[in-house]
Design a protein around this ligand. Structure first.
Ligand code: XIL
Length: 333
């Protein structure tokens, strides 16, 4: 029997996990991380705001802890993320009065930030989510931009995305560079993600892959939607990663509150639905092993989940014990 998920999937793709500092400091949690996973993402520590809270003032403490853990254990990291409208110091794109910077100033800030972090971790980071969540959510009406109206977009339009990839590539030509987004299997949005990446490819931008965040739930997306999205993306890139996988038991992201308010139970029916959605998903992923090379869970256990423990989204419970869905995903033969 395979030791951990990474062994069960060794002929298919890497199995990754997003970690916080506690996960790599506590001996029991470390045991789970090293047994199950062979790719690591820093959940927050490598984002723009934590690493450069003020212009030119870097804080590498948290990111270094995770990078050093990976170096010590011979695990390569997915870097997350270089440019995002969230968790970013506003100095990146506006002055103290709140006016947007000129394109030149913004690009200088962006280049300095991206190249500092890519250079610092190039020995341990094998790929980067260069730009995160730049595509607009549905619905987008005809004639409206397909991209999110972020401050960065307001300054430079789509070109800021191209520049981010160019700066990252210049700093580490060996790193695989990804565009990463959510609602990644929703048909209209996946078409817009494809459109963006196709325009980048046509313009000669150094992009290697698409990251599907994969924040799913037990009711959706359908496996046909996931299959269709993977097929579409694989016509334009050679690498697809699932970058932030979780399958919550509530359709609504905030729905976990229902349980925090006193009903701290999960029904057998919900457990079964979740197991089924995980099993069906991994079946589709295995089918596409030629283009999928890493599947990363967003957090180690339900206790760590950004969605809260009562969304019950991961394969390990709040005591770091494997859930029934874990066994079903692992023993697929
Ligand atoms: C989340 C983290 O998990 C939280 O701890 C933090 O408070 C907010 O960000 N999409 C992403 C991730 O690309 O970086 C987000 O991570 C989850 C959604």
């Amino acid at each position: 029997m395979a030791q951990g998920l990474k062994d069960a999937y060794k002929d298919y793709f890497k199995i990754g996990v997003a970690v916080n500092n506690r996960n790599v400091a506590d001996p029991d949690q470390i045991k789970v991380v090293l047994r199950e996973f062979n790719s690591i993402t820093a959940e927050n520590a490598m984002k723009p705001q934590p690493t450069e809270p003020k212009k030119g003032e870097f804080n590498w403490e948290d990111a270094d802890k995770i990078a050093d853990f990976c170096r010590a254990n011979g695990i390569k990291m997915r870097g997350h993320t270089l440019m995002w409208h969230s968790q970013i110091g506003s100095w990146m794109y506006q002055d103290e009065k709140g006016n947007l910077l000129s394109k030149e100033e913004f690009y200088a800030n962006m280049k300095h930030h991206i190249q500092a972090i890519v250079n610092r971790y190039k020995d341990v980071v094998y790929c980067w989510d260069v730009v995160n969540e730049a595509v607009a959510d549905s619905p987008v009406y005809p004639g409206r931009p397909e991209l999110r109206n972020s401050p960065m977009y307001q300054i430079a339009g789509e070109e800021f995305i191209y520049k981010a990839f160019e700066y990252a590539h210049e700093a580490d030509p060996d790193a695989l560079l990804f565009y990463n987004d959510y609602n990644d299997a929703e048909p209209a949005k996946s078409q817009r993600i494809y459109n963006l990446v196709k325009r980048m490819k046509d313009a000669g931008v150094p992009i290697d892959g698409i990251g599907m965040q994969a924040h799913y739930n037990v009711y959706g997306p359908t496996m046909k939607e996931v299959d269709d999205a993977i097929k579409l993306y694989s016509t334009v890139v050679d690498h697809i990663h699932l970058t932030e996988l979780d399958i919550r038991i509530n359709e609504d992201m905030g729905g976990g509150l229902r349980f925090n308010q006193g009903q701290a139970t999960v029904s057998d029916w919900e457990r079964t639905l979740q197991q089924d959605q995980y099993v069906q998903l991994f079946k589709v992923l295995r089918k596409h092993k030629d283009v999928i090379d890493c599947v990363t869970f967003w957090n180690v256990s339900d206790k760590d989940s950004w969605l809260g423990v009562r969304n019950y989204p991961l394969l390990f419970d709040e005591n770091y014990k494997p859930k029934q869905a874990y066994n079903a995903v692992k023993n697929f033969d």
